[in-house]
Ligand binder design. Structure first.
Ligand SMILES: Cc1ncc(COP(=O)(O)O)c(C=O)c1O
Length: 371
């Protein structure tokens, strides 16, 4: 039976090749006689899996040697507390600045208030965001310990098309980005980033693993209340083995990094190839929406997310029928987030272009019947 196309916002679709390899290696990893799940995290076999995953990720995202890659737990929301616990005390101001662009950055700011001053540098325009506040309008505080933004707002479908340059705004604070829902979908300019974090369960692997990529000089500033397992310096000094890391999730993430490195598209390789494919997938779906009188996406074209595409029906009472017929056609998890309703298609790296073609065909057929 053909596999359905899974448009879930996360946990989300994984590359079929990764799942097949994991299945083949489930009972006996490389002749070790045991599953990866059964291995000691400090044994030679798992250490080699973990080191390879880190090397592959570094290579894939071109992470400079001045950054550490940490495999942690606690998810994106965990980092909303762990980042301020590690960074807000860097400077006497005990202030972090937040650029509010949607649901996830609002949550980050609310959580940081527990650890210091959480200054709002830019506000949402209107109740639901449809555009990004231009960096030239941000009101950054005098001397923040860091500036935080969410580079892809998963619920609202809004994405920064490039990492903003704080230095160009006269600010030398490190920029922290929550890139949970578009990590490894496009290149990152590390010169503009101090720390990037991402839950793995959208574009990388199973839930339970959180990636933190942090510049060396940002280690060692944790508040005294910060638990040791969440102190970046401690985690870095033990190569993410201070306590038992999420071993199986790291293994699957490692297979995904290898899969990403193998990708080719229009003469491009690895991340460039996957980015080209992501651009093509998003274009296909947005064109279908924009050429229709039944579907609508309100986000300004300059900041539409390539990964998460929320859309609404002109006649909202048809939404349930659309979802039912989509499921019957093998198109799963298209319901919009409960806070906004409507529909949402997540087009993560592992969603093949055939899946987007199938979705567009379904949308056009549905419109032909119900417009
Ligand atoms: C951008 C973003 N940040 C944070 C989170 C929360 O992540 P978690 O559920 O791993 O805590 C999500 C989850 O969807 C997200 O999309």
């Amino acid at each position: 039976m053909a596999r359905p196309f899974n448009f879930s916002a996360g946990p989300a679709v994984l590359p079929l090749e990764v799942l097949e390899q994991a299945a083949a290696e489930m009972l006996d990893w490389h002749g070790s006689g045991v599953s990866v799940m059964e291995m000691s995290h400090r044994g030679r076999d798992f250490m080699s899996i973990c080191e390879q995953a880190e090397r592959d990720l570094r290579e894939l995202l071109a992470v400079p040697t001045s950054f550490r890659i940490l495999f942690m737990q606690g998810g994106g929301l965990g980092q909303n507390a762990i980042v301020p616990m590690n960074l807000i005390g860097r400077l006497a101001s005990h202030t972090a600045d937040f650029v509010l662009t949607g649901s996830w950055s609002i949550k980050s700011q609310a959580e940081a208030r527990r650890y210091g001053q959480a200054h709002v540098a830019a506000q949402l325009d209107g109740e639901r965001p449809v555009s990004l506040p231009p960096p030239s309008t941000w009101r950054i505080s005098t001397s923040p310990s860091y500036v935080h933004l969410c580079s892809n707002e998963t619920i609202d479908g809004i994405e920064f098309q490039e990492v903003p340059d704080l230095r160009a705004l006269g600010c030398d604070a490190p920029l922290v980005i929550d890139c949970s829902s578009h990590i490894a979908s496009r290149a990152i300019d590390w010169r503009r980033v101090g720390l990037a974090y991402a839950g793995a369960q959208k574009n990388i692997g199973p839930a339970g693993l959180t990636l933190v990529i942090v510049r060396d000089d940002l280690l060692g500033h944790a508040l005294p209340i910060c638990p040791s397992v969440f102190d970046y310096r401690t985690v870095a000094s033990q190569n993410s083995m201070f306590n038992t890391p999420p071993t199986y999730a790291i293994y699957i993430a490692g297979l995904t990094f290898q899969w990403l490195r193998r990708q080719t598209e229009a003469g491009l390789n690895g991340l460039a190839a996957i980015e080209a494919r992501n651009i093509a997938k998003a274009k296909l779906l947005y064109e279908c929406i924009d050429n229709s009188s039944l579907y609508r996406n309100d986000v300004h074209p300059d900041c539409r997310s390539r990964m998460n595409v929320p859309f609404f029906l002109a006649n909202e009472s048809l939404t349930e029928l659309f979802l039912l017929q989509a499921r019957e056609a093998g198109l799963l998890q298209l319901k919009g987030h409960k806070s906004v309703g409507g529909l949402r298609a997540s087009l993560y790296n592992a969603m093949p272009i055939d899946g987007v073609h199938a979705l567009v065909r379904h949308m056009q057929a549905f419109e032909a019947t119900h417009a």
